[in-house]
Write a protein of this length. Structure first.
Length: 346
């Protein structure tokens, strides 16, 4: 069978970042009663719920280290490699850094899928790594019941330009750089009902690098940043709020959404990860409709950047963004924490 005729999503039980373990279960896994020995060089670690680990190199710069991998979110092997790679590299950009090196993580069902299909996955990865200006320098592979692919990525950042998801301030305006809904479209593809135009929209979104993050790292008025992936917008915004001891207000009508989502929601095309997400953090969210829940908790694969910008610098930020020609949408703001829900939807 030719690599181009293989439908990869039929070989996995999940898809993309929808495979992620729910936030609540992950908290249980990461809990440890052991007393940790502090490492003064570790600027960001497991306790921060951030996008990557960050180590002070002692010369004014820091090493950003991250890994991300998942099962196929599209049928085409080359595109799977591109998407998984863009998604993994995004964690470096989400910290304001510049990626410098990647190594591959490959799990392959060698009794079901040929080496030629895996080779196409790696070719797609090399293409995206080249676009990011880095080399796919090696990696590790195993025989695995389902196809799995991703990267471990290292990046560098000047320490004053490091962005975290826990450093927002009250009054910050929130911006999102990609439309929501690729989890819903990925589920539609797995069920064989995704329309060609929507497949193209999803592919473009998931293969677009979040290299704006490196630019944001140089903006002092960008106070906090993260990328929106498997926990959905509400999950990653919850982490930003809790880490910064703030609450958030989302203006739902301003949230960028892929236009055709209702067509697929009417066919019950939503990932299982949406329900897992909601069970983990739904109690923190204010009044919300069913449609809003399906979209705002939708697991994103290689989703956009969620950016918190100081209120007094909004005009400067929007002027700079317009110069880039890149999509960006103001979706709400952060405020002092109160007894109200952690996130309010207007």
């Amino acid at each position: 069978m030719e690599p181009t005729s293989i439908k990869l999503t039929q070989y996995s039980h999940g898809a993309g970042c929808g495979c992620k373990i729910s936030p609540a279960i992950l908290d249980q896994m990461l809990y440890s009663p052991m007393i940790r020995q502090p490492d003064a060089r570790l600027l960001v670690g497991n306790d921060k719920r951030d996008d990557a680990a960050v180590l002070d190199l002692g010369n004014g710069t820091a090493l950003i280290s991250t890994t991300d991998f998942f099962m196929p979110v599209v049928d085409d092997a080359y595109d799977f490699g591109r998407i998984a790679s863009a998604n993994a590299i995004s964690d470096v950009y989400a910290m304001g850094g510049k990626p410098v090196l990647a190594i591959a993580i490959l799990g392959w069902p060698v009794d079901k899928l040929s080496p030629e299909v895996a080779q196409r996955v790696l070719e797609g990865s090399r293409a995206v790594c080249a676009e990011a200006g880095i080399t796919l320098a090696g990696g590790h592979s195993i025989d695995c019941p389902e196809p799995v692919f991703g990267l471990a990525v290292n990046g560098l950042v000047n320490i004053p330009q490091l962005k975290q998801n826990s450093t927002a301030t009250a009054g910050c305006r929130l911006y999102l750089t990609k439309a929501l809904g690729v989890g819903i479209l990925s589920t539609a593809q797995k069920r064989g009902v995704l329309l060609p135009d929507d497949a193209a929209i999803a592919l473009k979104s998931m293969t677009t690098l979040n290299n704006l993050g490196e630019i944001f790292g140089k903006m002092d008025y960008v106070k906090a940043m993260t990328d929106v992936t498997g926990f959905g917008l509400l999950g990653h915004l919850s982490e930003m709020c809790e880490g910064s001891n703030l609450s958030a207000v989302i203006e739902y009508g301003k949230v960028p959404i892929i236009p055709s989502l209702n067509y697929y929601l009417n066919q019950n095309c939503f990932p299982g990860g949406t329900e897992r997400n909601w069970l983990s953090y739904g109690h923190k969210i204010g009044s919300i409709t069913e449609e809003q829940r399906y979209i705002l908790a939708d697991p994103q694969t290689s989703g956009g950047l969620l950016v918190a910008v100081a209120e007094e610098s909004v005009n400067d930020f929007e002027t700079e963004m317009q110069k880039t020609g890149h999509q960006f949408s103001p979706i709400g703001w952060l405020k002092s924490k109160s007894d109200e829900p952690l996130i309010t939807i207007l």
